[in-house]
Design a binder for this molecule. Structure first.
Ligand code: GLU
Length: 474
């Protein structure tokens, strides 16, 4: 049987970290098994579902590179199918009309709570029996599933192991509301059945729904899929992860300068392990993933680790891959790269120093944009009269340089030091501030190489003018 998994978000908000992790596990399992992955939008809650949220979820999935083989399916387009099966269950007496008004249900629930018992619908309660007997043709009704009264529901959760619930714990759940709309627990079963889902991977918050859903599969004569319920994600303070912990929307991680590969690698380890391996290529993720190795206990979010992984991928991923995502940040910062070195070369030089693509974009700026001022602190410290001779000599040498390469630029600096009988720092630091406008950069010869001759010449000239003005004002 072909493995088929799905991700089934309710479009009531953006794609958050928890949802993305569920999607990833589901997607990886399908890939690992050579199966298929379905995206299904569970939009039956018409009041809370929005097109904006649907778009945000699709955008997040695409940015993370989790492609789907089928879908997106929309539950709102499948109401006929749900109704057809509600009618079938009614005809088979596996479901029934319930005329009990909401006010009575509320009253009974309060009584149960006051008595300290778990609130549940009891079809045999005398008041409910009476309400149903009093119903007329025009009375409003919902449809309830006739849950078995005896026995237990047992399933082997791939993460949590054997789970057993007595049917006496479950009540007759509503499968179609008074307004005619089908409910989550019903739609999800019909969808997973119709779509041929073999493994349901989802959050632990759904574990209580699973026995109810299994009873519905059985009433329909449908095969029951396997289930894997993933534990919660906590913030670094141990509380359930929420907006309070900073970025929780996947797209916010893009905005903050993370690479999708870093986030995926982070997410796979957030509740799944393979020994103590921390870094996983996409290929390794797919090859090594298994549902059984998903952790039973909650995992805590750790931003430092995510940053560390991001730095790792900025340093080691193919520069073309980094460039694809860096470009978005360069555009945000209006850094036009048409006139300057290849972005991949800049990434190769500057990347290892950066934890985020925002830092990388900032550190790319001086390769493409001229500046009219030097960073004040760096200029004060390094663009001093003593640097004048060194900069002037470097300038004359670079102007005369025919082959613009790192080796020759290295020689320019070394020769300047020798000729002036000064140490490397006395030449390198003023030169760095002159050509980059700031006090920090990768090695200055390689940096000059990428900045290019014309800009280097202009900037050293500008630095010399800055020093002259400083002398004049002294
Ligand atoms: N739509 C549900 C949710 O977003 C998920 C249902 C499921 O995975 O079974 O929580």
């Amino acid at each position: 049987m072909t493995v088929k998994t799905r991700f089934a978000p309710s479009p009531t908000g953006f794609l958050h970290v928890g949802g993305a992790r569920t999607a990833l596990y589901s997607w990886l399992f399908a890939k690992h098994m050579g199966g298929e992955f379905v995206l299904r939008i569970e939009d039956t809650d018409l009041e809370r579902s929005t097109q904006e949220a649907i778009d945000a979820i699709l955008e997040g999935m695409e940015w993370l590179g989790m492609d789907w083989d089928e879908g997106p399916y929309y539950q709102t387009k499948r109401f006929d199918r749900y109704n057809q099966l509600v009618d079938q269950l009614l005809a088979e007496d596996k479901a029934y009309k319930c005329y009990c008004p909401k006010a009575l249900l509320d009253e009974l629930r309060e009584e149960q709570m006051a008595a300290g018992v778990k609130p549940r619908y009891d079809a045999n309660h005398p008041k409910i029996v009476a309400a149903n007997a009093a119903a007329t043709e025009d009375s409003a009704f919902c449809i309830r599933f006739r849950n078995p009264k005896e026995g237990t529901v047992v399933f082997e959760d791939k993460v949590r192991g054997r789970i057993e619930i007595a049917n006496s714990e479950l009540d007759d759940l509503i499968i179609r509301r008074t307004d005619g709309s089908p409910t989550y627990n019903f739609c999800v079963v019909i969808d997973d059945w119709d779509m041929g889902i073999t493994q349901v991977v989802r959050g632990e918050d759904h574990i209580n729904n699973t026995p109810r859903q299994i009873n519905i599969y059985e009433a329909l004569g449908a095969p029951v899929p396997e289930f894997a319920h993933c534990a919660m994600i906590l913030g670094d303070d141990g509380a359930k992860l929420s907006k309070r912990h900073g970025a929780v929307s996947v797209m916010q991680y893009r905005d903050e300068g993370y690479l999708p590969q870093a986030l995926l690698n982070y997410l796979i380890r957030l509740g799944w392990s393979h020994g103590d391996q921390e870094i996983f290529s996409m290929e390794e993720m797919i090859n090594l993933f298994s549902l059984e190795s998903i952790s039973k206990s909650a995992s805590a979010f750790n931003t430092d680790k995510l940053l560390w992984l991001n730095n790792h991928y900025i340093k080691t991923a193919e520069p073309e891959y980094v460039a694809k995502y860096l470009q978005w940040h360069l555009d945000q910062k209006e850094i036009d790269t048409a006139n300057g070195p290849k972005i991949t070369d800049v990434i190769g030089l500057v990347g290892e120093r950066c934890n985020t693509l925002i830092e990388l974009a900032d550190q790319s700026r001086y390769f493409y944009q001229d500046f009219s001022e030097f960073e004040a602190g760096a200029a004060k410290k390094h663009l001093r009269p003593v640097a004048k001779d060194a900069l002037a000599l470097v300038l004359s040498k670079v102007e005369a340089l025919e082959d613009w390469n790192t080796e020759n630029l290295h020689a320019v600096i070394a020769d300047t030091c020798t000729e002036l009988e000064v140490g490397m720092g006395k030449v390198g630091m003023p030169l760095r501030v002159a050509v980059t406008g700031q006090g920090q950069s990768p090695s200055v010869d390689a940096t000059m190489m990428l900045i290019g001759k014309e800009r280097v010449v202009n900037r050293i000239t500008m630095a010399l003018a800055f020093i002259a003005e400083r002398e004049a004002n002294a």
